[in-house]
Design a protein around this ligand. Structure first.
Ligand code: ATP
Ligand code: MG
Length: 399
């Protein structure tokens, strides 16, 4: 398999690190199959293996960030007759229909090879046409492309090219903490950052008994979907009920959302340092709800100078939903179980909260103690892509 990297051409001396991250990720995703040999070159990477079926490997490589495209390639002796026979054998698998067009593309990195590119193309094309007389040759937009590359010791043949996920190798852009609710937005925000090479840990605020075990399991299963594109993901469950009850007691309804968000951010800020992460990621989208107006975000953001990334800030809900369908989070996000924000949601939250009013009410709360208590009671676990919610399934069976 020949793997073409994404944007690594601009990475100069860091290229090796990026290549290693891709190699590590491939090894991790294939460790249950067999030990795959990986040879990294300047612009591409070769994978060698024995047993695993192509289709199985293709499904894995397709969702590894940092890969632009990839193609199964077959080594073959540097002899036109032998290349032609192998090309025929491979061609049988593309399932060409009468009337389909094809072309042969020859590339020579060994310039001393006895035949030039035109000759190779003509010879191999002729062999294929003899076996499939109902095909046509189209040099501009052929449906099937047979690529022959002649190297120093060997030639390679390839017929199929697959698009990769794009982006940057997982973990090559440092670590962030994703604020993961059970909704549609935050998992997509997480996917975007994973694709951009950021290693993520999940942070989910939960308020049992006001929120259900299913709401928690929902966040964990969303994490499992994201883990398909990453490696195992660390999941932090933050107990939020004491904070929410304190807010309910001391803060007027229309300000409670703002203060709740500020409390979340304070906890995030402390956790960021503890986990040695560099950015908070959330699923906010401008104007989507009351807490996501510019005025609200400004007042909420005021509690921290940490870097907050909002990959969905300019993305419409429809487009977010479409992405959820594509990456596989839609059905889970669509489940009805309410998270802590919904359970404690005020009837009419202020879209333009005023900072000094917010601070007046916050003075009534034992902020440091509440944050400290939440941090002390975090439950942390590792979630693999294979995570199945046994407890939730058992629970649902009882209902
Ligand atoms: P989502 O935005 O994920 O669809 P939502 O619409 O229910 O969920 P919002 O009220 O839009 O949530 O919250 C904005 C952002 O705040 C979310 O995208 C998420 O990053 C974060 N957030 C909300 N609730 C929680 C929670 N219970 N735990 C962790 N983060 C949360
Ligand atoms: Mg939202």
């Amino acid at each position: 398999m020949l793997i073409h990297y994404g944007e690594l051409s601009t990475k100069g001396r860091n290229r090796k690190m990026f290549q290693n991250k891709i190699a590590e990720h491939i090894r991790y995703k294939t460790k249950h199959l067999e030990k795959i040999k990986i040879h990294a070159h300047h612009d591409f990477m070769h994978l060698y293996w024995h047993e695993t079926a192509y289709d199985e490997l293709i499904e894995i490589i397709k969702i590894i960030p940092g890969i632009q495209r990839f193609e199964p390639v077959f080594p073959v002796e540097k002899d036109l007759q032998v290349i032609g026979e192998k090309a025929l054998e491979l061609f049988a698998e593309v399932n060409a229909q009468p009337g389909d067009s094809f072309k042969v593309i020859a590339k020579r990195s060994d310039k001393s090879f006895e035949h030039d590119s035109i000759t190779i193309q003509r010879e191999i094309g002729g062999i294929i046409l003899q076996a499939y007389p109902e095909l046509t040759v189209d040099l501009k937009k052929a449906k099937h492309k047979v690529v022959v590359s002649i190297h120093q010791d060997i030639a390679y043949l390839s017929l199929k090219n697959y698009p990769g996920m794009g982006g940057l190798p997982y973990g090559s852009s440092g670590k962030g903490l994703l604020m993961l609710s059970g909704g549609f937005d935050s998992p997509i925000a997480g996917y975007q950052m994973i694709k951009r090479g950021m290693k993520l840990e999940m942070v989910h605020f939960a308020s049992p008994p006001y929120t259900s075990i299913q709401a928690l399991e929902k966040a964990k299963r969303l994490t499992a979907v994201l883990a398909q594109y990453a490696t195992d993901i660390t999941f932090h469950e933050i107990p939020f009920v004491h904070i929410q009850l304190a807010i309910r007691e001391h803060v007027p309804d229309n300000l409670s959302m703002t203060i709740m968000r500020r409390m979340m951010l304070r906890v995030m800020d402390a956790l960021l340092k503890e986990r040695k992460a560099r950015a908070i990621v959330n699923g906010e989208s401008l104007g989507q709800v009351a807490s996501q107006t510019l005025q609200s975000m400004q007042v909420i953001n005021e509690v921290t100078s940490s870097l907050i990334l909002r990959p969905l800030i300019a993305v419409d809900k429809n487009d977010i939903i479409a992405m959820a369908e594509t990456i596989g989070t839609y059905d889970i996000s669509n489940e009805p179980y309410e998270d802590c924000c919904t359970v404690f949601a005020p009837k009419s939250p202020w879209t333009k909260p005023r900072l000094h009013t917010v601070k007046e009410y916050e003075a009534l709360l034992p902020i440091d103690q509440l944050v400290k208590e939440a941090l002390e009671n975090i439950k942390t676990s590792e979630i693999a892509a294979s995570y199945q919610s046994e407890s939730a399934t058992a629970f649902n069976d009882l209902l």
